[in-house]
Design a protein around this ligand. Structure first.
Ligand code: UN1
Length: 502
């Protein structure tokens, strides 16, 4: 049973918290499904459009404030996040089921994004370039696009919104934020902190809800930019709807089938640790989680033994117990999906090495707990379980003959987000760096754990290559060319004459 009454969720539009009205939905603790953490209003298209209108009307005055003033609000926000780190981590652990250690790391990752943006406030935000004409001064300046819709997933309910909100707001855009329907509580808490930090109402707006609210935001012609992280299906729908809008910018970070590649010369313990963390941190529910471990033929037997030993020892349990390696998956539907893929792997000829069934007794009885599912399978074209995203503790070990074979296997999915190569050879490392399709590459590391000052994003079905985190400045601004003549007569580039008459 819940120890505190469920929170009453509210939209925040144009500087006002709206009272509960209309359809509602619950946020439940995935470790204890009978615990309702909050009840939230389900935004209809009307509320989503009101939020866009509020963001639009707040835009001119926000754009006209000093960039440094905007940046300093992020310094205020950073202090609040430091004050609230532990509370935020606990709230996140309860709402999305990630273990406390991961939730703390996520709060810190969000803090880093805030600090990064604060730091860039006083950095140059344009470029001076030369002109062919000595009297002309030319510069490149960035302008905000206007209103940004931020639509984010449950698995990083704090850091990913901050990746998107911080650069958008610093650059002078206003925002409408729709957190995942699975983590509305942490989303609302984040907006409360923005307000406490001094961000004006209307500049930051919050709507709770599901597809109807998200779709209304994307259909609204007054939204200039849509920033999205989530599934390929939803991202693709956003891209299609956005094609109707002539200057709409869409940055999508979607699914993945990330991999760890264990080469013939790999250090075995390093490979095993990297592959365990890549596959099972966050119960395999990071967009960058590895669901494929490619292992050189000569190492497979030794690798499998150590990998299984390690996987069997992983402690799975309450997110609030900091000693646990991982917690539950997000909800029953996620359990069902993972089990369907486990079954598919069997049907597609997998040799099951560790059978990941639901954990249903003792402390696991009330939650969505799954044990790791590990199988060995040969690569063949068209095998779905090694091509499609599962998003859970489901991992294939796929043997390969040589590096060229590994590259062929690695690239044989529609996705391209993250990969790690485990090798001692700089030639091998370089070969994978050049030939694999990915957005984030790691050597002798897991394929998760990106830092905010690096670009984050993928290729193919993983997204359109727009980076999240620090690189988002490119997406939330457009560049302008500004050219001034300091002479007293008109002189043109490219030798164009200015003679008006023959
Ligand atoms: C995600 O999985 O959606 O690179 C984001 C990482 C984290 C972010 C993951 N910094 O694992």
């Amino acid at each position: 049973m819940a120890t505190v009454p469920p929170l009453v969720g509210r939209h925040f539009i144009g500087g006002h918290w709206l009272g509960p009205a209309g359809a509602q939905f619950e946020s439940r603790n995935p470790a204890q499904l009978d615990e309702v953490l909050g009840v939230f209003p389900q935004a209809s298209a009307r509320e989503a459009n009101e939020a866009v209108a509020a963001a639009r009307s707040a835009y001119p005055s926000w754009r006209r404030t000093s960039r440094i003033h905007r940046a300093e609000l992020f310094d205020n926000l950073a202090q609040l996040i430091k004050r609230e780190t532990e509370n935020l981590a606990r709230l996140m652990a309860q709402e999305c089921g990630k273990v406390l250690t991961e939730c703390r790391a996520e709060v810190i990752e969000g803090l880093h994004m805030i600090q990064y943006v604060f730091g860039t406030g006083r950095m140059p935000c344009g470029e001076i370039v030369a002109s062919e004409i000595a009297e002309k001064d030319a510069s490149v300046r960035r302008k905000p696009w206007g209103v940004v819709a931020v639509i984010t997933p449950w698995n990083f309910p704090f850091a990913v919104p901050l990746w998107m909100l911080c650069p958008s707001l610093l650059e002078g855009n206003t925002v409408v934020f729709k957190p995942s329907e699975d983590t509305p509580l942490i989303g609302q808490r984040l907006i409360e902190l923005f307000l406490e930090a001094g961000f004006p109402g209307g500049v930051v707006n919050l709507v709770h809800g599901e597809a109807e609210a998200g779709e209304a935001l994307v259909r609204n012609p007054d939204v200039n930019v849509v920033l999205f992280t989530g599934s390929y299906e939803v991202g693709h729908r956003i891209q299609q709807l956005s094609a109707e809008h002539y200057d709409r910018i869409v940055a999508c970070e979607m699914g993945s089938k990330s991999a760890v590649i264990v080469c013939e010369d790999a250090r075995l313990d390093l490979a095993v640790t990297s592959a365990l963390i890549s596959a099972f941190k966050t119960s395999g529910q990071r967009c960058v989680s590895a669901s494929r471990i490619l292992v050189h033929d000569r190492l497979v037997e030794a690798f499998v033994q150590k990998y299984l030993d390690g996987a069997k020892r992983l402690r799975i349990g309450s997110p609030l117990d900091a000693g646990n390696f991982t917690g539950p998956v997000i909800h029953r539907a996620a359990v069902e999906k993972v089990l369907r893929y486990n079954q598919l792997a069997r049907e597609e000829g997998a040799e099951v090495l560790l059978d990941g069934s639901p954990l249903t007794s003792g402390e696991h009885a009330r939650g969505c707990y799954l044990a790791p599912f590990i199988y060995r399978v040969e690569h063949r074209p068209g095998v779905r379980c090694i091509r499609e995203e599962v998003f859970g503790p489901h991992v294939a070990i796929i043997p390969f003959r040589d590096n060229e074979h590994a590259i062929q296997i690695y690239n044989d999915t529609p996705y391209g987000l993250s990969m790690a190569v485990i090798t001692e050879s700089y030639r091998t490392m370089r070969l994978f760096r050049e030939e694999c399709e990915y957005g984030m590459g790691y050597v002798n590391l897991p394929c998760i754990g990106a830092e905010v000052h690096l670009p984050f994003g993928g290729v193919k079905k993983s997204g359109n290559g727009h980076p999240s985190a620090a690189g988002l400045i490119e997406t939330v601004t457009h560049k302008t060319a500004w050219t001034v003549n300091h002479g007293t007569e008109v002189k043109m580039a490219q030798g164009l004459t200015t003679q008006l008459e023959a």
